[in-house]
Write a protein that binds this ligand. Sequence first.
Ligand code: AMP
Ligand code: MG
Length: 348
Amino acid sequence: MIPVRFPIAILIIIFIIASVFILARAAAPAQLIERTRLCMGTMVEIRAGVPSGWQRQRAEALIDKAFAEIGRIEGVFSVFKTDSEISKINALASDAPVETTGEVCALVERCLAYSKKTNGAFDITVKPLVGLWDRAKELKDVPSESAISAAAAKVGFRYLKVDAADKTVYFQRQGMALDLGGVAKGYAADRAAAMLMANGIRDAIVNLGGNMYCLGSYSGREMWRIGIRHPRERGKILMALKVKDKAVVTSGDYERYFIAGGRRYSHIIDPRTGHSIGDDIVSATVIAKDAATADMLATALCVLGREGLDMVKDVEGADAVIIRKNGNSFETFTTGGFMERYGATQGQ
Ligand code: AMP
Ligand code: MG
């Protein structure tokens, strides 16, 4: 076995981009391949242990296939691509039901289920408000109440109708639009990890800018160690955890926000009020059986705050940590038993 050193450059990029990341050691005890590419608007990192008896190239080819799968998912779900299935729905579904693929229908239905579970804190119909707050970010000016009300009138998962049998999606209000930015990266992490697993890889991590699925263990022996970054101090770790066959996803205002009138505005919107969430909840990290679920829950927890932890406990296999600002310091809140279950330690 050749020990592989993790290139420092990759780690620095991940430090800057991701709010959760893999805590690598100086050298791995087994052959580990690592690849980093820019996909879905974020830095995507895949690490995979080469199964014993395999040629390294065989695992490398599979990693290429996993990246291709992430690229395919971006092509289907991105609102930034005019020919995506979601853009097609957004252009037409206010007029009549739009036929789409089984994959899109299934994910939209899962999103609807989590909108119900979170009482609308997670809602993929939030796009009109996302557009409004994106413009506000460019102008560094908070939108007027009337502009927020006008956009909020076009938001509401209750007006989104999915017919699984006909594979159609329909908007009951004019001007509605979908934005799967709060779930698509998690979904892509799941799909890429499932692809690797189905082809014989047992130990891997797929990490889309802090939306990660941890398959198996680190080099077949120790569990993967994941670090939750300190929300304001670059390079500092707030908490380290150990996971196996689990997703770990963080949402928060680490990178995407703007400041106006001395207040920090996040890219996450409370769909129920139309407002960008305040700077009270800094981040939410969710551990779950799959990364799509963890991604939806992490976004919802940023909206719901500490009260949302009860909702996470209702989801089998899910746990969460919330970081809340308290004056100039930070407090963490977790679901019961979190620290013990994941061997979590404060700091590194
Ligand atoms: P995440 O980083 O997973 O928390 O997702 C944030 C992205 O999801 C934003 O950039 C928006 O595109 C979208 N989004 C914002 N607020 C919500 C919300 N309350 N529910 C669902 N998606 C949201
Ligand atoms: Mg999310």
